[in-house]
Design a protein around this ligand. Structure first.
Ligand SMILES: Cc1cc2nc3c(=O)[nH]c(=O)nc-3n(C[C@H](O)[C@H](O)[C@H](O)COP(=O)(O)O)c2cc1C
Length: 167
């Protein structure tokens, strides 16, 4: 489990190899097992596999080079009608997104998290493109696929960031 966390990297080049439906559903299921405030589970997922939609979405996002080759993208959305209190969907959807990244890695896939929130223009562009209802807020976009590049584990342990009992 810890290797999965340490070895997950943002991968922006993917093999031309599809992700089977069972694996994809397992990844989405892992997203749905994320913790959420008062267990409201205020999320929805838009799964993108169509090449035309993928191209459009890539053009909507300023930093989505990974969608050039990714066979699948998952857009995680928050639901403001379901969230516990205003803006709780943001933290809940972050937990969902990370669960998806780690589950995918565990299953042998690679991912790249692309932020939609808090870019107001990008949020609006995605809402308009997908005709999202008013209460559904696009939060993150995740490229999913089999990586065509390898990245080594960086050393990120930093003792100076740890404060014991006082700042
Ligand atoms: C909130 C958030 C937004 C991000 N947005 C983008 C993005 O728009 N495009 C992209 O290629 N990577 C994006 N990333 C990935 C980061 O660049 C990456 O996580 C960071 O450089 C650390 O590298 P690692 O994921 O390989 O550990 C984002 C990551 C987070 C958490």
């Amino acid at each position: 489990m810890l290797d999965t966390i340490y070895d997950r990297r943002s991968i922006r080049k993917y093999l031309d190899k599809p992700v089977d439906e069972k694996t994809l559903n397992e990844i989405l299921k892992a997203g749905m097992y994320a913790p959420s405030a008062v267990n409201k589970q205020p999320w929805h997922f838009v799964v993108i596999t169509d090449k035309g939609v993928m191209r459009d979405v890539k053009n909507l996002h300023p930093y989505a080079s990974s969608l050039q080759t990714a066979p699948v993208a998952i857009m995680v959305c928050g639901d403001t009608k379901l969230e516990f209190a205003p803006n709780f969907y943001l933290t809940d959807c972050a937990a969902v997104t990370e669960n998806i990244l780690l589950a995918a890695k565990w299953l042998g896939l690679d991912t790249c998290w692309m932020g939609i929130y808090p870019w107001e223009k990008t949020m609006k562009d995605f809402s308009d493109y997908f005709k999202l209802p008013e209460n559904i807020k696009p939060y993150s976009l995740i490229a999913v696929g089999y990586g065509a590049e390898a990245k080594s584990r960086p050393d990120r342990f930093d003792e100076s960031k740890i404060h014991i009992n006082k700042w």
